[in-house]
Design a protein around this ligand. Structure first.
Ligand code: ADP
Length: 600
């Protein structure tokens, strides 16, 4: 709320504006009146008489002078009622003088009534009363000067008319002044609110542009200091881990941001800053005392007076804002209130940006951890690869019939060791592929590939014999040969593992810009709710079953990643009648018919 004392000067200004405009209009109307009197004087042939042209010239000079005067300034001074009643008195004198010419009395008298009306609107009640008496005297003087005998007709009636006009316009003027006071008051309040909103908007706009605290803090305090006309501005944010308020660098001094070292205030201290934070209420410190501990930080900033307000997000406190000056000049309660309202959006955005920064920090740390994990997996896998290759080589050698131990138990142990080593090798290969995909280090060489050729090749290496249907038989895809083979081998081997003893079929056909490949089995299939999950890393639907089948839980995630690096998609559907159908779509390679190619 704006204090009423602040509104008063504006009301005064509003009335001054109204009165000066009334005076200006009255002067304009007076010219018309002079012309009418002039016309009457010509008609009655009295214009050559000095009784006519001397007051006429006087009135013309008065009106010319009135046009040159800056009324607004004059009406705002204490002398306004004196000046306007003087102006009216001069007009009354001129008109009275003209009315003394008998031929002009009839046109002059009504003008005096008009002046009584103007006076009612223009003057304070006492000045208006004075002018009314003056007009009454003038009417009396005119009547007596003309020596008319009819006292009632020439004196009493005009006097009563003047009194009625004066009273009526005084009433209207009084009501009007009241209305004007109220509306000017409202207008000034609205103006104040508009200013407040403008400031809030400016602060919010500054805040909305920034992305980091370091960027926002100087803008924020700079804008607030500008609006509150203060030289120094400081923002402190609550450090929740340490129960203290931390000064945000830079602080604002004399129009410039100034970097500071780490400064903190204990939130439980007795200082004004900590108190403002705890009480969540703005405080105006009129005089900063070098001696008291409660002015800590404020005196270190070299301030003599300060406004301290909490930064809040709804009921939650996030920090404190200090605005101050190094000299004693009274900050007002009003400014304190303004700081409070500017602190509201500031608190909100500062806390949001703080949270955003913490989040970004956390994301960065998580990314680093993920990178470390990928590097670790890649290094370990590489290191395991060579010894494992030599272990597998040795086991294969020892397993050869001429070298194999004669005892069946030893033979079984050796075979089991070879199986486990093979499993380990697959896991390591899978891990290496995954870490290469993660690092974006997977080489991809896209070229036109014949689907039938690749399916023939894999048919020779997989452990089962799927039936293959490619339509059209010369279907080509744009893919990396090794990745495409790995995808198909993984899918066929999975079908062999999980849909044991059921026929496995591979279908390939052309649809739009894609070649669609489906690996169909008639095994147990994958439950509806698990279909999205199977492509995730280390997902094994039935762990005991999977383990016994030597799975790693990485196969399908590799299928998906490799398909994607070749701009394709992978999904799983249910086979009609039960079972799983894995569908891979890859960009088709369209061969241009030779005759068109030749034309081109
Ligand atoms: P894994 O190395 O365990 O085979 P995958 O990523 O290849 O890992 O497969 C993930 C899981 O999806 C498997 O553990 C299995 O439970 C399930 N799965 C994969 N293919 C099939 C299939 N053809 N039929 C049924 N379940 C399957």
């Amino acid at each position: 709320m704006t204090p009423i004392e602040d509104i008063q000067p504006t009301v005064h200004e509003g009335m001054a504006r109204f009165r000066s405009s009334l005076l200006r209009r009255a002067s304009a109307v007076a010219w018309v009146v002079l012309i009418i009197i002039g016309y009457q004087a010509v008609r009655e042939e009295v214009f050559a008489q000095p009784e006519f042209f001397i007051p006429m010239a006087g009135l013309a000079v008065l009106l010319i002078a009135s046009a040159a005067i800056r009324w607004e300034g004059l009406m705002a001074t204490w002398a306004a009622p004196w000046i306007s009643s003087g102006w009216l008195a001069a007009l009354i004198a001129g008109i009275t003088a003209l009315a003394l010419v008998p031929e002009l009395t009839a046109v002059s008298l009504p003008i005096l009534y008009g002046l009584a009306a103007v006076s009612g609107l223009l003057l304070t009640w006492w000045a208006h009363a004075l002018v009314t008496v003056l007009i009454g005297l003038a009417i009396g003087f005119i009547a007596f000067d003309l020596g008319t005998a009819d006292a009632v007709g020439d004196v009493v009636a005009p006097l009563v008319t003047v009194a009625v006009v004066a009273a009526a316009t005084a009433l209207v003027g009084f009501e009007f002044e009241k209305e004007a006071l109220i509306s000017v008051g409202k207008e000034s309040k609205l103006e104040q609110q508009r200013l407040d909103f403008e400031r809030l908007y400016a602060v919010s706009a500054t805040l909305a542009r920034a992305e980091s605290l370091a960027e926002i803090v100087p803008h924020l305090i700079g804008t607030i200091c500008k609006y509150l006309d203060a030289q120094v501005g400081v923002v402190l944010l609550h450090d929740t881990d340490m129960a203290r308020l931390e000064v945000m660098s830079p602080i604002w001094v004399n129009g410039y941001p100034l970097e500071t070292e780490e400064v903190t205030v204990d939130i439980n201290a007795t200082s004004v800053v900590a108190q403002t934070y705890r009480a969540a209420k703005p405080i105006l410190v009129k005089q900063i005392d070098e001696e008291t501990d409660s002015h800590i930080l404020l005196k270190e900033l070299g301030l003599k007076q300060a406004l301290v307000a909490p930064l809040k997000v709804e009921a939650m406190r996030v920090g404190v804002i200090i605005v101050g000056d190094p000299y004693e000049e009274d900050f007002t309660e009003d400014q304190l209130e303004q700081l409070g309202s500017l602190a509201a959006p500031a608190g909100l955005v500062l806390s949001q940006i703080g949270r955003y920064e913490a989040q970004a920090d956390m994301t960065k740390r998580l990314e680093e951890v993920a990178q470390m994990k990928t590097d670790f997996v890649s290094t370990v896998s590489h290191e395991l690869r060579s010894p494992l290759t030599s272990i597998i080589g040795s086991l294969d050698t020892v397993n050869r019939p001429e070298l194999a131990p004669p005892e069946p138990t030893s033979q079984q142990l050796l075979l089991s060791a070879r199986r486990q080593a093979g499993r380990l090798q697959r896991l390591i290969e899978d891990l290496l592929v995954v870490s290469r995909i993660d690092r974006g280090a997977m080489p991809v060489q896209i070229e036109p590939i014949s689907v039938s050729d690749v399916l023939e090749e894999i048919n020779r290496v997989v452990s089962i014999e799927p039936t293959i249907t490619v339509d059209p038989p010369d279907l080509m895809v744009e893919a990396d040969h090794d990745h495409f083979s790995r995808i198909m081998i993984n899918l066929v081997e999975n079908a062999a593992k999980y849909a044991m003893d059921s026929p496995v079929e591979i279908f390939a056909w052309h649809r739009g810009t894609k070649a669609v490949l489906a690996v169909v089995d008639h095994g147990p299939g994958i439950p509806d709710d698990q279909r999205g999950r199977v492509f995730e890393r280390f997902t094994q639907l039935d762990q005991s079953d999977t383990r016994s089948k030597g799975g790693t839980g990485l196969g399908l995630s590799i299928v998906k990643s490799l398909t994607e690096v070749m701009h394709g998609t992978a999904r799983v559907e249910e086979t009609e009648g039960g079972g799983a159908t894995f569908v891979v779509e890859l960009p088709v390679f369209v061969t241009i018919p030779t005759e068109i190619a030749a034309e081109a």
